[in-house]
Design a protein around this ligand. Structure first.
Ligand SMILES: C[S@@+](CC[C@H](N)C(=O)[O-])C[C@H]1O[C@@H](n2cnc3c(N)ncnc32)[C@H](O)[C@@H]1O
Length: 270
């Protein structure tokens, strides 16, 4: 993915104030991830890292699940971190997932909802592994390759520019995680469809949650009324029975464990 790091950071920084109001999909993904976590993790983690925590709305939920845990809430957008709920068991910090500001082998659980798709996945997974204690767990969600396929197809009929971010297939994420030496890797995905009254509302929503296209090769500038009209026409075949415009997300769940023997020696990955 050729995403521009500084643009993503600026975009989330700007989106922070209205983030919770618009992030319906993220909230849904978060509650599904928390549910799986509760089912999977049998012992309470002492230290949890919520990586790419956003405004920190997972934090109270994590403390509800694990009342004795300490939570490190990390995000690279200062205005997201400013909104993390304050609590004696929570430390919030501005930190980039590509070089996480935590001690090596200090976390029992790394939890991350819809962040890694904005990153270099391999670097971040290696950082997560460094942060985890031997035997520690990783639970995350990301976007799969079929995400926003309707919007992608509608744009393809207009030009061949990248209007929708490219996401890594679930199987490839699992392979990468295994190559990096994680054990018990499981990746699966499900589809969530959001519907909008029109294409403009859809694109505005993507922008409000900081999820619009930030590909290096993206076309710059505003979308003209003529193009919006064309896009709306191209969306016709996807409209729902009640006439709404769908945006389908492929939500990928990835879970893995750092082996008990893994003391964090660096791994060479091609
Ligand atoms: C879609 S939001 C999800 C926020 C939160 N996890 C939630 O469930 O609401 C993605 C978050 O990841 C953060 N993020 C993206 N790239 C990051 C990076 N390289 N390092 C740290 N945070 C990052 C963004 O600032 C944003 O807050």
């Amino acid at each position: 993915m050729s995403l521009q790091h500084h643009l993503i950071q600026a975009s989330f920084d700007k989106a922070a104030k209205q983030y919770e109001q618009h992030a319906v999909l993220q909230k849904e993904s978060l509650s599904r991830l928390l549910e799986r976590l509760g089912d999977d993790l049998k012992t309470a983690p002492k230290q949890i890292l919520d990586l790419g925590c956003g405004t920190g709305w997972a934090v109270p939920e994590l403390l509800k699940l694990y009342p004795q845990s300490h939570v490190i809430a990390a995000d690279f957008a200062q205005s997201m971190i400013d909104q993390v709920p304050q609590h004696p068991q929570v430390s919030a910090r501005v930190s980039d997932a590509h070089a996480i500001d935590v001690h090596a082998q200090s976390c029992d659980l790394v939890f991350s909802n819809l962040m890694i798709q904005w990153c270099d996945e391999s670097t971040v997974l290696q950082e997560i592994k460094r942060a985890l204690k031997p035997g520690g767990h990783l639970h995350l969600t990301t976007m799969g390759e079929h995400t926003l396929h309707e919007l992608k197809l509608a744009w393809q009929a207009i030009d061949d520019q990248p209007h929708v971010n490219e996401f890594v297939p679930a199987a490839k994420m699992a392979d990468l995680t295994m190559q990096l030496g994680f054990a018990d890797v499981i990746a699966d995905s499900e589809f969530i469809t959001m519907t909008y009254a029109n294409v403009i509302d859809m694109m505005r929503d993507l922008k409000n949650i900081g999820a619009h296209n930030v590909d290096n090769n993206r076309p710059k500038g505003l979308t003209s009324p003529k193009v919006i009209k064309q896009l709306t026409k191209n969306f016709e075949e996807f409209r729902t029975a009640d006439g709404l415009y769908p945006a389908t997300y492929e939500l990928v769940y990835l879970r893995a464990r750092k082996t008990a023997e893994d003391k964090g020696l660096p791994l060479k990955i091609k």
